[in-house]
Structures are given as structure tokens and as C-alpha cells.
Design a protein around this ligand. Structure first.
Ligand code: CDP
Length: 223
């Protein structure tokens, strides 16, 4: 029997998905799964093994052996790749770009979707990504599509980077976000797309607590 709802949150990079999902999961006592972190872990595995994105056979055997664990941690989930904590490493710029590139590969998506469905099968889960409401959980109990204007998103990422001591220009971040949105929305398999039955939320002028409250109220009303 399901323990709770399956909640899908999709949208472009830095639209507020993971911040909202994390806090909402804490409030609902649900599990939070950042599906993007799984694509990031795949990208890192390819890099560590020096596998090029054209080397399909090598990618296949990498996927056959890959072990990605998402461990709950009060300050943010830990991502464990083949036994190693890669939570910080996968947020670096090189992996951000490579994750979007590796996410176009059919066998990569197949494997990740399989893992995501396994994690979500008992419900009481919030998963964010690009294809959660369209492909991973087309029957999710609640689907949200989160957007924010590009300037706001770039500023958010710039502030995050600054807090981590990374000195990146606002322009370079905006450029990276535009490139990734384009790449994610135009790929053939499972592109970034709003599910027809998703509830829209534009977080450009919303505070984090407003975002969380917005979703919480809807979920609390039930189906
Ligand atoms: O956190 P941010 O929005 O920057 O990105 P992310 O959610 O960590 O996702 C990194 C990349 O993984 C995205 O740019 C997508 O290319 C890919 N991704 C995907 O294809 N499908 C998902 N369900 C989640 C992420």
C-alpha cells in the first residue's frame, strides 16, 4: 500500500524546484529525490572512467555497474556514487554541463528512470527534475511546473556560487542556464516539458516560504 502521495516538480534550472521540494518534503515527512543529482552522478562516473559520450558500449557497462544512493541528511541529501560521497563534486560547472549532455542518451535515461520509479513506488515522495510528471510518474498525484525569469534564476545561482566561495560572473551563469534550458528542452527523449495536467508556478517574485506554502496548501486539500 502507498504511504503517501507521489509529487512531481518539473521545470528549468534554478527555477526553485529543489529548494521548494526539500522544505516541502520536510514538512510533509516525505522523501525528497533530486533526479538531477542522478544525471550528475552519471556524468561524473563517465568522467572518472574517461568515457566519451559517443562510447556507447562503455556507457552501457558503466550503467550496468553503477551504484547511486541518495541518503537523507538534514542539511541536504548526500549523493553516494559507487560508495563515494560526491554531493559537492557533482555541483561543479564541468559536471553541470556534462549532466545535460549525458541526459540526452537513451540508455542513460532508461536506467535513471528505472531507479527513480523504484524509489518512488511506495509513495510519500517528492521528486524534482525535467520529465517527472511527463515520463517517470505520469500518474503522479500532484504535478507542478515551476518557472522563473532568466535574470532571477541567474541571480539565484550567482548567490549560491558566492556562498560556496566561487567567483563566477552573472553573465557566465546566465549563458550556462540559457544553453542548458535549450539543450534540455530540445532533446528527442523526454525533453523538459510541462505535463498537460501540471499546476504552474512562477517563482520570480516569490519568497521561498511563499513557494513552499503554495504547494503545501494544494497538497493539503487532497485530491
Ligand atoms: O539543479 P539544476 O536545475 O541546475 O539541474 P539538475 O536538476 O541538477 O539537473 C542537471 C541536468 O540533468 C539537467 O540540466 C538535465 O539535463 C538533466 N536532468 C534530466 O534530464 N532529467 C531529469 N529528470 C533531471 C535532470
Amino acid at each position: 500500500m502507498k504511504k503517501g502521495y507521489v509529487i512531481a516538480i518539473d521545470g528549468p534550472a534554478a527555477s526553485g524546484k529543489s529548494t521548494t521540494a526539500k522544505l516541502l518534503a520536510a514538512r510533509l515527512e516525505y522523501v525528497y529525490i533530486d533526479s538531477g543529482a542522478m544525471y550528475r552522478a552519471c556524468a561524473l562516473a563517465a568522467l572518472q572512467n574517461k568515457i566519451g559520450l559517443q562510447e556507447r558500449k562503455k556507457i552501457k557497462s558503466m550503467l550496468d555497474q553503477i551504484d547511486i544512493q541518495i541518503k537523507y541528511h538534514p542539511k541536504g541529501n548526500k549523493i553516494i556514487l559507487n560508495g563515494e560521497d560526491v554531493s559537492k563534486r557533482i555541483r561543479k560547472a564541468d559536471i553541470t554541463k556534462l549532466s545535460s549532455e549525458i541526459a540526452v542518451i537513451d540508455i542513460v535515461r532508461k536506467k535513471m528512470v528505472e531507479l527513480q520509479r523504484k524509489i518512488g513506488k511506495d509513495g510519500a515522495v517528492i521528486m524534482d527534475g525535467r520529465d517527472i510528471g511527463t515520463v517517470v510518474f505520469p500518474n503522479a498525484d500532484f504535478k507542478f511546473f515551476m518557472i522563473a525569469d532568466i535574470k532571477t534564476r541567474a541571480k539565484r545561482r550567482w548567490l549560491e556560487a558566492k556562498e560556496k566561495g566561487e567567483d563566477l560572473s552573472l553573465e557566465s551563469i546566465e549563458k550556462e542556464l540559457r544553453w542548458r534550458d535549450e539543450n534540455d528542452a530540445n532533446r528527442k527523449i523526454s525533453p523538459l516539458k510541462r505535463a498537460k495536467d501540471a499546476i504552474d508556478i512562477d517563482t520570480s517574485d516569490m519568497s521561498i516560504s511563499e513557494q513552499v506554502d503554495f504547494l503545501y496548501k494544494i497538497i493539503n486539500q487532497g485530491k
